[in-house]
Design a protein. Structure first.
Length: 350
């Protein structure tokens, strides 16, 4: 019996991620829903706290849709936070003016207090946000789901928040790799389940954010970044073979090439410092690339922004390419500069 044929890929983002060169690159921005938008700030004021905001499907779906309405990106990324996963596993999470705070995980005894069973029900509101957002998006606009990669989520769980030197988490990983592996394994299984639920709810692309991949030496990068990412992509590709997976190993430097070759991702997102020539010659020849405009250029605007956009499009526009930033939109970004970027990207280069 012959199954139904899949619908053709008509959305520009999906076509680029599958290896198609586009005369006008599809674009979206990491943290495109955020404090730089006045409508976002008004919406945020309706929630009790940030976690409540993320887990309120009506508010989170509205936040997801706001930048697409205003600027016409080729994709929306679901409004959520990577640390909802450790909270779902049982770790206390709060957000303050200095960022996220978690009760620091007490190595192996702390793992015993985490539970994957039942964790996904805590994240059901995110899936409802996806359903609402997908239904409201224009037909040509893709919807991106996401999760934090196991290493990055583990750093927050062990350090209790952000860190300058990652001393606690690296010390544990170096001193007791088998004990630390148990945490990575738990987070890998949770991430597979979470992203699978997002895709089932309507996400058409998923991105893995490994924001702290660059703090590890090569041996650690291989074990704690590449290996779990490979497990996640293999599982998702088995369950959902048509769904592209973007990996973002921020700060990986030369190890970007190993990441692109060994993890199985469909595309790699470039941080700000990845050289354009390296990206074109060593990465884009293998898979689609995404990035990597410096977010500060989006604050600067004017001729400086225009020149940088043209240079980036010229360097990477000859292959499969998604225009994005090298990290997230900064809160002080003028919305009019994002509108200027949209205009610059609306036409093919001469």
């Amino acid at each position: 019996m012959t199954g139904a044929q899949p619908e053709p890929l008509t959305k520009p983002l999906l076509r680029a991620l599958r290896g198609e060169r586009r005369r006008r690159p599809p674009w979206w921005l990491m943290r495109q829903a955020g404090r730089y938008l006045p409508e976002y700030r008004a919406l945020r004021a309706q929630a009790r706290d940030f976690v409540d905001f993320c887990l309120n499907p009506a508010l989170a779906a509205e936040a997801t849709l706001q930048p697409v309405r205003r600027f016409g990106m080729d994709a929306a990324i679901i409004f959520a936070d990577i640390l909802l996963v450790p909270q779902a596993l049982g770790q206390k999470l709060t957000f303050g003016d200095d960022g996220p705070r978690l009760q620091p995980l007490d190595e192996t005894p702390g793992i015993q207090g985490l539970r994957l069973e039942g964790a996904m029900s805590h994240l059901d509101p995110v899936c409802e946000t996806i359903r609402r957002s997908r239904a409201a998006l224009p037909d040509e606009t893709a919807l991106i789901g996401f999760a934090g990669a196991p290493w990055t989520v583990a750093t927050y769980m062990v350090e209790g928040g952000g860190s300058r030197d990652f001393g606690r988490v690296k010390s544990w990983a170096y001193r007791d790799p088998s004990g630390f592996q148990a945490l990575i394994d738990l987070l890998t299984e949770a991430t597979i389940a979470y992203l699978s639920a997002q895709i089932s709810a309507g996400a058409e692309v998923v991105q893995l954010f490994d924001s702290w991949a660059g703090v590890l030496p090569e041996e650690g990068f291989e074990r704690w970044v590449i290996a779990p990412t490979r497990r996640i992509t293999a599982a998702l590709s088995e369950y959902f073979p048509a769904i592209p997976i973007i990996g973002f190993p921020r700060g990986a430097g030369l190890l970007y090439e190993r990441y692109a070759i060994e993890t199985g991702v469909s595309a790699v997102s470039l941080d700000t410092v990845v050289p354009k020539g390296f990206a074109r010659e060593r990465l884009q020849s293998r898979l689609a690339v995404q990035g990597n405009l410096d977010p500060v250029l989006l604050i600067t605007g004017g001729e400086t922004l225009e020149r940088a956009v043209i240079e980036l499009r010229t360097a990477l526009g000859g292959g499969p390419f998604v225009f994005n930033l090298g990290h997230g939109v900064l809160p002080q970004t003028p919305p009019e500069n994002v509108a200027m970027l949209a205009q610059l990207l609306s036409k093919p280069l001469d």
